[in-house]
Design a protein. Sequence first.
Length: 346
Amino acid sequence: MASSGSKIRVGIVGLGGMGSRWTHIARSHKDSTLIGVTDVDIKKMKYAAKELRCKTYENWNKLVLDNHIDAVVIATPHVYLTQIAQSALIRGKHVLTEKPGGASSAEIEKGIKIANKKNLRYRVNFHMRLHPAVALAKQKTDEGVIGKVIFIRGVYGHGGRAGYEKEWWCKKKLSGGGEAIDQGSHLLNLANWFIGPFESAATCLETGFWNIRPLEDNAFFLLQNKAGQTAALHASWTHWRKMFRWEIYGELGYLVVEGLGGQYGLERLTYGKQALGRSVPQEKVWEFEEESHAPDTALKNSWSEFLKSIRRGRDIGSTAKDAVETLRLVELSYRAAKAKRVMRIT
């Protein structure tokens, strides 16, 4: 393990869209260095290694066995995340996995037990929490700017791309589900963060366009906590214009997050004061222009938290425990949709 004054040495498993982004983030941070990468696509792996000037490994087992690696980032299809994470933890590596952390909440819990026993950090990275506008909305909510929260409404969607139905996201044996576990897990994680835990859940799953049955391309969630606060969420693969919108309505006003930068549009937070009758609410807007050009800010913030948690020997920010709570909601939502009834959460 790296000493407190040296850089954290990193290995990355999976070089798809997210894994490739993580290589650049780990390599560019002042407190980490990229040791090596692995991917089932040998051509992609060799190209990345040449560009990044790092080692390659025949498979992920070889990577997690390397004593020159302190922390492992795992960005593979969902069903492999927990297996690789547990193996890395057993070998004394800190772990950061992509969301949702796996296809089973029980398997993530096994990893948590290993991490606790070995005093290792195990983070499942629901990075939406660290988008600047979302983080500021949570801060304002906690400060009581809009008073007691009444309800939350969230939309997160895109329209896929040609051949999307053939990608791993749409194969249950690799993904564990459809849009509910994909973008839906992000929304559920945020809802839990803002007003969880929840007491009941109802779900409607729809396959409206993509030829992926029995998987869903739209997921509608309705959650309520013990205080009666409600979250209405919609995750979609048929949202032909990319959208992220997160609305929190309270007794004294509202907070609305729009955009995530890039193709999701300018990231902004709007705060509005309650206005009764026909009065127009007074609003204040924060815009995050940098997100339009550098939409990896949330990942960079996540990485800084992860490295800090390793240095300090304690969890900081999102952890695997949050992923367990989120995946339990995903699992409950699938049961609720199948049963076509509201499910009580115990």
